[in-house]
Design a binder for this molecule. Sequence first.
Ligand code: DX5
Ligand code: ZN
Length: 224
Amino acid sequence: MIELAPSILSADFARLAEQIQAAGAGGGTIVHVDVMDGHFVPNLTLGPPVVKSLRKVTDLPLDCHLMIENPDQYIPEFAAAGANWISVHQETCPHLDRTLHLIRDHGCLAGVVINPATPVEVLSEVLDIVDYVLVMSVNPGFGAQKFIPNSLHKMRRLADIRQQRGLNFRIEVDGGVALDTVAEVVRAGGEILVAGNAVFGQGDPTSNARLLLKTAVEATLQKV
Ligand code: DX5
Ligand code: ZN
């Protein structure tokens, strides 16, 4: 099932409630929340207090993408603030198995993220304990970057492995998902589509979300 996860990174931070509602009205069903620490990625965004405030203004699942070092230290706080999904980067987690269990132990869906330069194969031992795998299709840190086409074969590979091993994690994709890339993303196996700039960059978030989702669903139907 295809779902759209508007990323608030490109939204107006002074009007988050309104912008989330607008994207939801266009079919967004998950709110993607980018957490950046200025160390793992060269940008700073937000932390648990903002998640707590978002929790009050939407019933949609809050998908917290932690682009931070030492995520174990903060997972309990994000969960307490109202996160529903928490993903961590493989690149930041020397004890990835423990970290993913920590997320689940706090009642959240657990996701693992890989950067463009990280191969799918490093996830082999954790694919049975994740609810979703997030394939980065840009180098994380900023919105509105150009989609990296090499990420497509990683989605295909994940879908193949999932079938071969009878697993049921979902495949999320993040970065440069827009009208010109979304069709090939869903054909490659992308199911949860994160989109920041394409939804909030310009124009009306409701119609942007609606058109993006429609384009994605149509491409799935054409999938051979
Ligand atoms: C990038 C973030 C993304 C970002 C995507 O580091 O993880 O979630 O918001 O933005 P767009 O859709 O503009 O590429
Ligand atoms: Zn993200």
